[in-house]
Design a protein around this ligand. Structure first.
Ligand code: GMT
Length: 399
């Protein structure tokens, strides 16, 4: 693939988690999209990012596996140091234009350290903060000093919502607020009606399907999912499907047992092709204590599925209350149940919300729009010509 805009093609390192979390998913999809545009992309991660496992071969996309060295004298694995050393090696070998670190701990920290080690100021560092790196992990005494240092060392910091940008600026006493670049969704993969799973495997024809997708950490308040569903099913025949796994799963299963609704509650665990489930669902529920963004909500909207979530965090920038779903107070299972019931019983409202969600996903959160924002930032920071207005030659997913 040739050069497709005025600026020269970039050599980009992406440091991210390889597991199923939203930050790793966004980082991987970003890298794949950049590689499709012709940039050289090097993934720097201890695990092969899971969305890369399903990717087609691309000659300009590389995965550099981090060699982990175990030694009896070490009290614990030295993963951060392994990764820093590895990134330093890749900076030297590949003459990277920039490293894009996703999540402060450890990625921004180890990338900043690696750059220091190589005494290379030509390679720029861009850090994207995603959520608990700002609100939780980076604020602990274990990581605060290093997190603040890594953000200071970054040539640019971006945040996935204004809500998170404000918290990062205040929490780490930054000189200026991070640039807000929202997360994106592939609207051709997540779209209404792309039904590949037989609905009858999960629900009877007259039953509605309520969906929850998360990593089942305490912040997701999965027990509120079960509590809400318990109220909804008293007035509307329905099934609840929960996708994902994590520490809260056992508690949620126990609660479903105690409420005697296990027969209508399906815990599916981790599932790679979640788009199949969005197209079965009549509503998504995300009752999190907070979300800096809420990828599941965006995927649902792109799939034409109304969202019931919580107000007061970055989720309010994704879901438009009353238009693409409903946002309720945290912990208010009655309000959430009322919202779900309204969607389940008012067909016109449900399809209006579904259409509005799809449109909002396409307008504000399309892959094309957001990748362009990242590229503009990269060129600005690297000090090269900005992207031309002409569209790249590659074909983008339908958005
Ligand atoms: O910060 C986390 O808890 C982990 C992270 C992840 O890797 O899943 O989630 C955050 O980043 C996602 C991608 O930007 C956002 O969609 C999630 O809202 C955010 N999680 C929280 O804010 C709790």
């Amino acid at each position: 693939m040739g050069m497709n805009h005025k600026g020269r093609l970039l050599n980009i390192g992406i440091a991210c988690f390889g597991s199923h979390g939203g930050s790793g998913v966004i980082a991987t999809e970003l890298g794949k999209a950049l590689a499709r545009l012709g940039h050289r992309v090097h993934f720097l991660s201890p695990q092969l990012p899971f969305r890369l496992q399903q990717a087609e071969f691309m000659e300009n996309l590389f995965y550099h596996e981090v060699e982990q060295f175990h030694y009896d004298v070490f009290p614990a694995p030295m993963l951060g140091l392994d990764l820093a050393s590895h990134i330093a090696k890749v900076i030297r070998q590949e003459a990277l234009d920039l490293i894009h670190a996703h999540y402060i701990v450890p990625h921004a920290i180890v990338a900043a350290l690696a750059r220091l080690v190589t005494k290379n100021s030509r390679t720029k560092l861009i850090t994207t903060v995603h959520g608990t790196d700002v609100t939780l992990v980076g604020r602990t005494t274990s990581f605060y000093e290093l997190s603040q240092w890594a953000l200071e060392q970054s040539d640019a910091v971006t945040a996935v919502s204004s809500w998170l940008a404000q918290r990062a600026e205040k929490g780490f006493a930054l000189n200026s607020p991070p640039t807000v670049i929202y997360n994106f969704v592939d609207c051709s993969r997540f779209r209404p009606g792309s039904r590949r799973l037989p609905r009858e495997c999960f629900a009877l024809p007259h039953e509605k399907i309520l969906l929850h997708v998360s990593n089942f950490r305490p912040v997701k308040r999965v027990r509120d999912v079960v509590g809400t569903f318990n109220i909804v099913r008293k007035s509307v025949p329905a099934k609840l499907i929960l996708i994902g796994d994590g520490p809260e799963r056992a508690h949620a299963e126990k609660l479903a047992n105690r409420l005697k609704i296990s027969q209508d509650t399906i815990f599916l665990g981790k599932y790679p092709n979640i788009e199949d489930f969005y197209s079965l669902a009549d509503a998504l529920i995300l009752p999190s204590e907070y979300e800096s963004f809420g990828m599941a909500a965006l995927e649902a909207m792109a799939s034409g599925v109304p969202v019931v979530g919580t107000a007061g965090s970055g989720l309010s920038e994704v879901v438009e209350h009353g238009k693409t779903g409903f946002l309720c107070p945290v912990g208010d299972v009655r309000a959430m149940a009322e919202a779900v019931t309204q969607i389940f019983t008012d067909r016109e409202l449900a399809s209006k919300m579904g259409r509005a969600g799809r449109l909002r996903a396409q307008r504000l959160f399309s892959e094309r729009r957001i990748i362009r924002q990242y590229l503009d930032l990269y060129y600005e920071i690297v000090g090269l010509a900005a992207l031309a207005d002409s569209q790249p030659e590659v074909s983008w997913p339908m958005d």
